[in-house]
Design a binder for this molecule. Structure first.
Ligand SMILES: [Zn+2]
Length: 238
């Protein structure tokens, strides 16, 4: 069931974080520029970290083999709609959003564990009326958990809009500042970018892998632990 409000789950102990990445999968193109979902998944795996990749259906269709490999590296494949719409806006215009969920559910259903499918709406936009409608319209055997939110959002994509050679260092410093202030929680980052307007530039300039390497190295030095999304309890109190 999709909850009426955005869920951030049970409280984690101090110095404990959970990595989540939205908008992929993607792969580098010319000059090795662009999203590096697989390399990121491999790096995190080598560091003993299980992350969640909230993937967009239109990119899953383009790079189906990446989804399988990310799963094989032990990560969680999450659902981030098929076309990355602003769901609130679409719903207010009377659009039926069930297909946005059903199409991507079909694409990732073989990669979920225990029938649990983690869902995060684009831009975190959500409302109670829409959740009721979706729970009614969505014909599924899977257990939807969500909408999943976050505690720490450093707007990594903003750094990729600049043509700055130190973008990864600056972005990592920004995230580290936020993490130290918050002490714990779910971290939102983007391994690609699904936005229509700036998406191409942000994808092309993406330094997420480089940023994560700096952040993880520093957090380990500072004694942080890493949990996966399925170690967090998202059950809604009755
Ligand atoms: Zn997104």
């Amino acid at each position: 069931m999709l909850a009426e409000n955005i869920l951030i789950g049970s409280t984690l102990p101090d110095k404990t974080v959970c990595f989540t990445f939205d908008d992929g999968p993607g792969q580098p193109s010319f000059k090795n520029k662009g999203p590096k979902t697989l390399e990121l998944a491999q790096y995190l795996h080598d560091e003993g970290i299980v992350a969640t990749f909230f993937m967009v259906g239109k990119y899953i269709k383009k790079y189906p083999e990446i989804v399988k490999q990310v799963k094989d590296l032990g990560h969680i494949i999450g659902h981030h709609t098929t076309n990355h719409p602003d769901m609130n806006r679409a719903f207010s215009k009377g659009k039926n959003l069930a297909p946005e969920l059903a199409v991507t559910e079909h694409l990732i259903k073989d990669y979920v564990t225990n029938q649990n499918i983690y869902f995060r709406p684009p831009f975190g936009r959500w409302n109670a009326e829409m959740s009721k409608q979706l729970n009614k319209d969505l014909k599924t055997d899977l257990n939807y958990i969500g909408p999943i939110g976050w505690h720490i959002d450093g707007s990594d994509w903003w750094f990729w809009s600049k043509f700055d050679k130190d973008a990864a260092i600056k972005c990592a410093e920004h995230y580290l500042k936020l993490i130290r202030a918050e002490k714990k929680g779910i971290i939102l980052m983007h391994d690609s970018n699904a936005n229509k307007l700036w998406g191409i530039i942000r994808r092309w300039n993406s330094k997420t892998l480089e940023t994560v390497k700096i952040v993880v190295t520093e957090l380990k030095k500072e004694g942080y632990s890493f949990v996966s999304l399925d170690q967090i309890n998202f059950e809604i109190p009755a």
